[in-house]
Design a binder for this molecule. Structure first.
Ligand code: PLP
Length: 370
């Protein structure tokens, strides 16, 4: 049975060209980039060339780009660092953020006794910008943490508008851009204070990502040690991972228009078929948000509660909530906060360039049995 993989917001299969590039690096470049001999210099060059390549693609300066073990580490570095060094007294976020942001804020609030406010959103999960402005109206140093693309429902935050609101109110703006980097060509990173990315979301390797820190902000590192990454992230660099991430981002940018259209066509077909074949389903969040993410709810009274497992048995991988490291699938906090968890079984379908029309047809045919 050929597996149908519809869980690309959790992680994407690696592009084989990235695998090739990485294995070439792993076979030939083994030096430590901090070593002063020529093998070290070759490793250093590979890292700095990757930094330049990524910075150019994203239209930012190389001095604003710091490699990490992924987005979770980058998010923690930014939130803890901003509170520590930039006199943050207040954080504004939302209950729809990724767990890495929610948990880091909880911890930083506990340790520093700062105030945390959650911005309101409507029944589709759209952030209420009027409420954001109201929350910013008390003059005190505030860090706004709002994600660009929601990983569960695909909603897109109007990044420029929020950045302008933050600027007018002298607030710092950190956006979790994990689900948009490599998916959109023109993300205006330089109008943000902080952003993050993770290579495994755009057909790159796991365990590598980066943080964007606007040059006007100086924050301390989370990890202390050998002063790598211009003292922003100690630890020997993941050389093959960094090179693989640069290659994956390059491939994503080279094909973005073609791939985005292809995936959007698949999503539109999926919406159309689901609406006609399973008329009692609802769409969670903004179904017209991100082109690769669709979240649906099946009424519990008329559908099988084991639907995700049944799909899995049929060789179809989707998500019912966020992937959980403990192996226990808990109901998604995003769906719970949208008040959709009680009556509906949520299913997130997230697509990639490797999916096909046949897979969409098979999925709908299997799903309607449950
Ligand atoms: N933020 C969002 C929106 C995500 O989707 C993820 C991945 O699930 C993360 C953060 C964490 O990324 P990483 O796996 O690199 O730690």
């Amino acid at each position: 049975m050929k597996l149908i993989y519809f869980d690309n917001a959790a992680t994407t299969p690696m592009d084989l060209m990235v695998v090739e590039k990485m294995s070439e690096v792993m076979k030939t470049v083994f030096g430590n980039a901090s070593s002063v001999h020529s093998l070290g210099n070759i490793a250093r060059d590979s890292i700095e060339n990757s930094r330049l390549q990524i910075a150019e693609l994203l239209n930012i300066s190389t001095s604003e780009l710091f490699f990490t073990s992924g987005a979770t580490e980058a998010i923690n570095t930014i939130i803890f660092g901003a509170v520590k060094a930039l006199s943050v007294e207040h954080i504004i976020s939302s209950k729809l953020e990724h767990a890495a942001v929610i948990e880091a804020i909880k911890e930083v609030q506990y340790e520093n006794k700062i105030e945390v406010s959650n911005v309101n959103f409507d029944e589709k999960g759209q952030i209420n910008l009027l409420h954001l402005k109201q929350l910013l109206s008390t003059p005190r140093k505030t860090l706004v943490c709002l994600m660009h693309v929601n990983n569960e429902i695909g909603n897109i935050l109007p990044l420029t508008e929020v950045a302008n609101i933050c600027k007018e109110n002298n607030a710092l703006f950190f956006s979790d851009t994990v689900q948009s980097v490599g998916k959109y060509k023109k993300i205006p990173l330089s109008i943000l204070d902080f952003a993050v990315a993770s290579a495994h979301k755009f057909h790159g390797p796991k365990g590598v990502g980066f943080m964007y820190i606007n040059s006007r902000n100086k924050i301390p590192p989370l990890l202390k040690g050998g002063h790598q990454e211009r003292n922003m992230r100690s630890g020997t660099e993941n050389l093959a991972g960094i090179v693989g991430m640069a290659e994956a981002l390059q491939l994503a940018f080279d094909n973005i228009d073609k791939d985005a259209k292809y995936i959007l066509d698949l999503k539109n077909l999926l919406v159309e078929k689901l609406s006609s074949e399973i008329p009692d389903l609802v769409f969670n969040g903004d179904k017209d948000g991100h082109y690769s993410i669709l979240n649906i709810g099946l009424p519990k009274i008329s559908h099988n509660s084991m639907v995700i497992n049944n799909l899995d048995v049929n060789g179809i991988a989707v998500s019912g909530g966020s992937a959980c490291s403990s192996g226990v699938m808990s109901i998604s906090h995003v769906i719970v906060n949208l008040n959709k968890a009680e009556k509906f079984l949520p299913i997130r379908i997230s697509l990639s360039k490797y999916n096909t029309v046949d897979e969409i047809n098979t999925f709908v045919n299997v799903l309607k049995k449950y």
